[in-house]
Write a protein that binds this ligand. Sequence first.
Ligand SMILES: C[S@@+](CC[C@H](N)C(=O)[O-])C[C@H]1O[C@@H](n2cnc3c(N)ncnc32)[C@H](O)[C@@H]1O
Length: 304
Amino acid sequence: MQDTKSSGVYGTPPAELAEIPIGAIQFSPLIPGSGPLEQQEEGSLGEMVVLAPPGTVERRYTIALALRALKPGGSLTVLAPKDKGGSRIAKELKGFGCDVAETSRRHHRICSAERPVLPVGLDEALTEGSPRLDEALGLWTWPGVFSWNRLDPGSALLEQNLPPLSGRGADFGCGIGILARAILASSKVEHLALIDIDRRAIEMAARNIDDARTEVHWADIRSGTGLKGLDFVVMNPPFHDGGAEDQSLGQAFIRRAAEALRPGGVLWLVANRHLPYEAVLKTLFKRVTPKIEANGYKIYEAVK
Ligand SMILES: C[S@@+](CC[C@H](N)C(=O)[O-])C[C@H]1O[C@@H](n2cnc3c(N)ncnc32)[C@H](O)[C@@H]1O
């Protein structure tokens, strides 16, 4: 029987590929309510299972955090789809001084190791993957967060074309706060709720937007926002869930925006031109106007 208090899991590994210890603490920043792995006491866990993220810097950081949180001799399983970083895990673990056993199943690489007494190179991976100030953006960012090291072209287009808004509103899927910064440039904005499913984004947005008119929420917009009677909602909705294109995600964002707006309230949305949002917009809003199309993106204004 495991010591149920001392194990952790990062993400939701497929049950047939890795056994999750009963009572494991969830540490994924993409699951609202989970614990912050970067604050987990060093050497406090006996076992950890990590569904590794695809980005190299983020993955090495997460593995380094997991090794730091484990007791020497503690058991670590790290897995990922082969084409999403899985084929690099064994080398990365060896680089941290681990002896690695590797298997392959259902397009995943699954690596097991024990935490060495003295892992190698953790500090470097931790520094590389930690929050940093992006001088070009003038914003704090964190590797792994959406578009963490470049300005997304869709967001840039909306940022440049957003009219001054007023009243109470929300930024759905706020990321590190690029659109929020543009929204709050209008002194007529009275209140802005920033919502994102990624805790790291929420932490960066809170650090970036030092404005008494805002509040941040770490939440899954699909589950409902509880917001009502808003004057405006702004969004660059996600269209990937767990790495696969998922158009229903953006459509769910649009439905939640329609619920949150008052009659006459306005939604500003930017999306890749190929995404099928117009039909759902037209069923939920009184007037839908494509405003600008450029660089493969489209901006809509939709009035409820
Ligand atoms: C396309 S990005 C836009 C980020 C930011 N607004 C910008 O313009 O840079 C979409 C954002 O939605 C967040 N997101 C994805 N799924 C979500 C969900 N179910 N609930 C809340 N936020 C979500 C992502 O973490 C990401 O930050």
